[in-house]
Design a protein around this ligand. Structure first.
Ligand code: 5AD
Ligand code: SF4
Length: 484
């Protein structure tokens, strides 16, 4: 086993004993970092509390938008300073950026101290690459562009106790014209349902309350034939989601659904199983049919609204969130007005809004009709003001209601309160009255947060803000109980 070799190599040399990982970007990257950590721990390394106390620093990068690149290079500068202070620090860069040749070259040229560069496909080989670096003393650059099936059985050092991330597919074949993902994550590949369900059952047995099924486009699960696939062609994401629901795990989330191939059967499965979240994250990108066609999205306003209507008919308490890009090349004021009107019509409960940023190698990056930054900024601010109003209205509708929330820990900026999340993905800060805290051995919210992370509570909502609500717990459910 390579892990055993590394263990010996590290203990007999001055190899790294501790690691530190900084992750940028999406949940897929978060989960990749959990696997990197799992592999390193299998090699005998331990997590370091900080960059300054680590022997190996890994930056897991993201390439989705320009500001993600900026944050990454900013951090690489911080790591560089640390490396100058401690030349023995090993530095690795992985994730999506190295898959883009321009960035790979920039990292090699401008940051020559980086010891290891590898891509998302090379994660299973981390122990081997690290060993090579230690044995040869030379830099190792290994960025594969394969579209091989996903490797099963990798260990994961999971970062949260309440939510386990589970990859069901990776890659994307949609080639939306602005998006870099098909180039950095490669072709769509699905895991076998046997492996996914075994992982979910194991997580349920280990006491996890929530699984989040991950894929660039979960609705494409098993839609592409792959050599050696165990699932017959007729099986789709709706089938898989129902099987996951039947494992009895208390709560299931999934990310991301493309409106292009969201089926009524999926909505029917959600309606049948109360342990599936009452929430759909459904990226809209634009409300203009003209822009949607230019973006190569393969749906229009009418279809999007039809999905929303059908979902609300079948699941009356469902919440919607979305992603929207403002300022796609050539977007006119009339196109933008269509986005505003669709957002108002759907009344999204929350939304992630982005200003368009050209991504190297994508078709949209070649378009000349870029919007002036001030026009883009002004449209962004108008959309943000609208969504802020809608988010607050959505939260205000919760006041007086009792929600089942999954406790995530102590509330970030509300001393003394705990933080939970409803099935509709709403954030709820709440107080735990002394009679419910009795027997827990502490009334300190930090310690209560640690103790109760992963438990469910019934909370009465008393107050609404723009991005969250707050209230008081009425009941703490027994461990392992939740739903709806
Ligand atoms: N510019 C701005 N936003 C983008 N996104 C993806 N690519 C770009 C880009 N080039 C946004 C989309 C996507 C989310 C993850 O990031 O809204 O859904
Ligand atoms: Fe990018 Fe479109 Fe694929 Fe989403 S569906 S990852 S936006 S190409």
């Amino acid at each position: 086993m390579i892990e055993a070799t590394i263990n010996t190599a590290f203990s007999s040399t001055a190899g790294p004993r501790t690691y530190w990982i900084r992750t940028f970007g999406c949940q897929q990257n978060d989960h990749d970092s959990e696997i990197l950590a799992g592999l390193l721990e299998a090699c005998g390394l331990l997590p370091a509390a900080s960059l300054e106390t680590s022997d190996l620093a890994i930056l897991n990068s993201c390439s989705i938008r320009e500001n993600a690149d900026g944050r990454f290079y900013g951090h690489l500068g911080i790591v560089k300073a640390e490396r100058e202070r401690r030349p023995e620090l090993l530095v690795a860069v992985c994730g999506c950026l190295p898959r883009i040749r321009e960035h790979q070259e920039r990292i090699r040229r401008s940051y020559p101290f980086v010891d290891l560069i590898f891509g998302p496909e090379d994660i299973p080989r981390l122990p081997e690459l690290l060993l090579k670096r230690i044995r040869t003393g030379r830099q190792v650059h290994h960025v594969s562009e394969t579209n091989d099936p996903l490797v099963e059985g990798l260990p994961a050092a999971r970062q949260r106790r309440f939510r386990a991330l589970v990859t069901i597919m990776t890659g994307c074949d949609n080639f939306c014209s602005y998006c870099i993902v098909p180039y950095t994550r490669g072709r769509e590949r699905s895991r076998d349902s046997d492996a996914i369900l075994a992982e979910v059952r194991q997580l349920a047995a280990a006491g996890y309350s929530e699984v989040m099924l991950l894929g660039q486009n979960v609705n494409s699960w098993n839609q592409k034939r792959r050599p050696g696939a165990l699932d017959p062609p007729g099986r789709d994401f709706a089938w898989l989601l129902e099987e996951v629901a039947r494992t009895g795990i208390p709560r299931i989330r999934f990310m991301t659904s493309n409106p292009r191939d969201l089926s009524n059967e999926l909505l029917a499965v959600m309606a049948r199983h109360p342990n599936i979240e009452r929430h759909l994250h459904l990226p809209l990108q634009s409300g203009s049919d003209r822009v949607l066609a230019l973006m190569n999205r393969h749906y229009d306003r009418a279809r999007y609204l039809e999905i929303v209507r059908e979902a609300r008919r079948r699941i009356p308490d469902i919440a919607f969130s979305t992603d929207i890009i403002v300022g796609y090349p050539g977007e006119t004021e009339a196109d933008f007005a269509q986005t505003l009107s669709l957002v108002e019509e759907v009344a999204f409960d929350s939304a992630f809004l982005f200003q368009y940023s050209p991504r190297y190698g994508t078709p949209a990056s070649l378009l000349a009709e870029r919007l002036p930054p001030d026009v883009m900024r002004q449209r962004f601010d108008r959309l943000l003001a609208l969504q802020n109003r809608l988010s607050e209205e959505s939260n205000r509708r919760l006041v007086g209601r009792e929600l089942t929330v999954l406790i995530e820990g102590a509330a970030d900026h509300r001393p003394g309160l705990l933080l939970g999340r409803s099935s509709q993905n709403q954030l709820v800060n709440f107080a735990l009255p002394p009679e419910l805290a009795r027997g827990l051995g502490t009334d300190d919210s930090e310690r209560l947060g640690e103790e109760l992370e992963g438990r469910f509570a019934i909370v009465r909502v008393e107050e609404a803000r723009m991005l969250s609500t707050s209230g008081t717990a009425l009941e703490l459910l027994p461990a392992g109980k939740g739903t709806s």
